[in-house]
Design a protein around this ligand. Structure first.
Ligand code: NAD
Length: 364
């Protein structure tokens, strides 16, 4: 099968391979879809086993960004980039400036940002060569750490799920289990505590647990015990694929709603099981969109207040997803995909017509 026939290509608009002999930079930028706007997505450094693995990863991630931004109601397309290699070999100024030039060569069709293994410093190097970088530190004129916004969006999403499952979005007295106390988890625990929830936390790093136990209504369990904990709501905020064949029967909650990406190890299989059992799953890319919503603010003059106001919309977006899932009796992930695709079709079409100078109403 030739490259252009590969299923992973899945409607991608453009894939750019960048190589810089001097620094050893090997970068791939994938632009999935720009019908809604510039393709925004982070840059990941990873020591891939093969070029094929790197291509597969960047294509999967960029497509995900198209759906995430479309569903969040943003005027952004989807893209992503990967730099092949180890951070200690490629995490230097020369390599990242070479990458910045590659980004700049696309004239704004792709806008990069931080992702796994990239740092604010690396993005500042990129910024030396291009303006098409988002999420810089506030000192550099950017919107800074997205995690508090992701955490707030996750909290709002948990309330929307509670409203659907219990007929009220009050979390007073509800038990929420939070897996992972990193950048997102710690802020989420604070929101939940203020809302009167009982919180069970876990992390593989004990010092993180110690800090959280100082907060009202927080107790802790060992990392593997979280799946068996007595809880109403499970909020995974650590790793992906943690709802899998081994854990799904252990979870006795009514809701799964957390910030982690790719929570279900097999979307079709586990999504269907949760639907059949009446467990409400808040699709990951809908509930964890707070960070990208915040970064989007940079495209129109950043305001923290406006970002928080926008993040509140995650509540309505999840309501729509839950309604569609119930009406069509389909897993919530499928409902989310359908809503995102509808928006790209309807709004993306308007934007394309506008760009090409066509009139929207040909008879007028
Ligand atoms: P992080 O790396 O800061 O925190 C993850 C935490 O999970 C760490 O404290 C780690 O020790 C813990 N952990 C790892 N394995 C664990 C295990 N087996 N059991 C319990 N705890 C474990 O990451 P983060 O920025 O807080 O993001 C959390 C999740 O949310 C990730 O899946 C990330 O992809 C996703 N996400 C984050 C953002 C954001 O704005 N930071 C945005 C969208 C999605």
């Amino acid at each position: 099968m030739g490259f252009f026939d590969a299923p992973a290509l899945n409607h991608h608009e453009q894939i750019v391979f960048g190589y810089d002999e001097e620094t050893g930079l090997k970068a791939i930028i994938a632009i999935h879809d720009t019908s809604m706007g510039p393709a925004l997505g982070g840059c990941r450094v990873w020591n891939y086993k093969s070029e094929k693995d790197a291509v597969r990863d960047v294509l999967r991630l960029s497509e995900g960004m198209t759906y995430k931004s479309a569903l969040a109601g943003l005027n952004l397309g989807g893209g992503k980039s990967v730099i092949m290699g180890r951070v200690r070999d490629v995490g230097n100024e020369a390599a990242f400036r070479a990458f910045g030039r590659l980004v700049d060569s696309l004239g704004g069709r792709y806008v990069t940002a931080e992702d796994v293994n990239t740092t604010p410093q690396m993005m500042e190097w990129v910024h030396e060569e291009t303006d098409y970088v988002a999420g810089l530190s506030p000192e550099m004129g950017g919107s800074g750490d997205p995690s508090p916004f992701t955490a707030y969006g996750t909290f709002v999403g948990i309330k929307a799920a509670a409203n659907k499952a219990y007929g009220s979005d009050s979390l007073e007295g509800k038990t929420v289990a939070v897996q992972g106390l990193g950048h997102v988890g710690i802020y989420l625990v604070e929101h939940l505590s203020k809302a009167g929830a009982k919180i069970i936390v876990t992390d593989i790093k004990e010092d993180r647990i110690k800090d959280m136990l100082k907060i009202k209504n927080v107790s802790a369990v060992e990392p593997d015990e979280i799946y068996d904990a007595e809880m109403d709501i499970f909020a995974p905020c650590a790793l992906g694929s943690i709802v899998n064949d081994e854990t799904i029967d252990r979870l006795k909650c009514q809701i799964i709603a957390g910030a982690a990406n790719n929570v279900l190890s097999d979307y079709d299989k586990h999504g269907k099981i949760l639907l059949d059992r009446g467990v409400l799953y808040a699709p990951d890319y809908a509930i964890n969109a707070g960070g990208v919503i915040n970064v989007y603010g940079e495209f129109e003059g950043y305001s923290e207040k406006r970002s928080y106001a926008r993040v509140n919309h995650i509540y309505e977006i999840l309501q729509q997803i839950f309604e569609r899932s119930a009406e069509d009796n389909i897993p919530t992930m499928d409902a989310a995909d359908t809503i995102a695709e509808e928006r790209i079709r309807k709004i993306g079409r308007l934007k394309q017509m506008h760009r090409s100078g066509k009139r929207l109403f040909s008879k007028i």
